[in-house]
Design a protein around this ligand. Sequence first.
Ligand SMILES: Nc1ncnc2c1ncn2[C@@H]1O[C@H](COP(=O)(O)OP(=O)(O)OP(=O)(O)O)[C@@H](O)[C@H]1O
Length: 504
Amino acid sequence: MSATQYTTKHAVDELVNSYQRVPMLVIATHPDRTRIGERAALMDLHNQGNDYLSRVKPEFAKNGNVGRALLDEFISRSPIIFQREPGGRIRLKAHSTKTTVTIAGRGVQDEYIVQEKELDNGVVIGLNHRVVLLLKLLPLHDSAVDDNDVLFGISADIRAIRHRVEQLAGMTLPVMIRGAAGVGKQQAAYAIHQASNGKSRPFVSVNLAAIHDAVAEVELFGSARNETRQPGYFEQANGGTIVLEDIEDASVSVHRLLYTILQSQSVVPVGTDEALPINCRIMLTSHHDPAGIEENSILSMLIEKLSAYQLFIPPLTERREDIGLLFDYFVREQWQKLYSGRVHDVKIPGELMSQLLTFHWPGNVRQLRNVARQVVIDSREQEQLHLDPQLLSMLKPGAANGHWEEEPGVQRKPNSVSRNELLETLRSCRFELQATAKKLGISRASVYQLIQRFEGVRTAQDLSEDEIKESYELNRSDTERMMWDLQVSQIGLRRRLKSLGYDI
Ligand SMILES: Nc1ncnc2c1ncn2[C@@H]1O[C@H](COP(=O)(O)OP(=O)(O)OP(=O)(O)O)[C@@H](O)[C@H]1O
């Protein structure tokens, strides 16, 4: 074989190997949190059919660093044995180890057979309730990840998206980002913006579904009245990026206006006759199946014009290996935000991580972030993260009808809801967003967006500390009265009070 042939073959082999999936253990939580996200390939299991897991074997690594074993003093040196079985199954033997082993949070006495399908989804292995590992078939490729990444994660999907983000950053073509609610479409758009030359320029995100027909022209084109100039969204994004969110949920009038803008490549502010050229990169996000769009409609033409490049972000349950890192990141982020100045070496209990890894996450990464915030609020005075029993039961696998489930009964467009209707419904539902969404026939995310949009409508998160203090004293700590006084939900209010250290 010639040198060139060898080099080419070598490169091809490396490429094939890097995409080949092998049984891999990923650290989802560990008493040393810097180890979250480290991986170990079980190559002996893959090649010879047997492998071991103990305090001293195998070696885990990330970011191409030198590997080290789990090394947790509470984990036994006597190993758990992995044995390949016919049909792609793996027998996990825990007879000879003193380590307490759990699978998906349930104790394993002697043996557990891992089915092939489970290996595809990821099997959650707990060791002494301290270390939690995900056993999953994953590509050999390692992924460097640091706290400065805008798109956090170690999965092959996120790695591929990060790679595309870099490529797209140097171009100006429009990008369509697809994926279910809360997967990180907006975050991906922001990552492209941040990686581009225009990163110091504006990043404007527009929730199209919340734009009322009556004000659509003013909001999109801008206006000039009585010498007051109000720039539209496209002008606000001048030189930077505009993200048109949930394009399919906008009204036909909004679709028409957007089409006009794209055709003329300019906007004419209401009350003027001056055409301002649009000078921003356009990105779209959508959570709908493209197959459902009516052919030859304005919407289909719009999407065709703006989908020069498409990115798809898979749901969180298809990349469970990202959950440990993301949760750790969100917990630290929330801790900083809520208790700045208080240093905390956050330890994530194994029981919680097992539950996070087995939950079905209908609200994807946004929901994971909300859970992190709630856990941080509930843990204010605790040594390690505290689990509210109610939250724990909501995170039970299969709790599909629980509070966290995304509501299926969305029947209305959010822009048909007026401020008065929203306020009245919120009051009749005691300011609970889920109940309000159900009653209005829109999604919970849309209720939230409408609240942000209408002046004088708020959630407990928006209240200032002074307002809370005043109402607390005035209503003598009665949260029912405070709810009517401040017009926000009692649950949200109680959470704010707790996080501010009030006695309730
Ligand atoms: N890979 C990621 N790394 C860091 N944060 C992320 C990541 N993915 C999502 N997030 C965070 O999760 C939350 C939801 O993400 P985002 O708003 O981008 O979702 P989305 O897909 O646009 O949702 P929707 O369709 O409901 O508007 C945000 O707070 C975002 O910052």
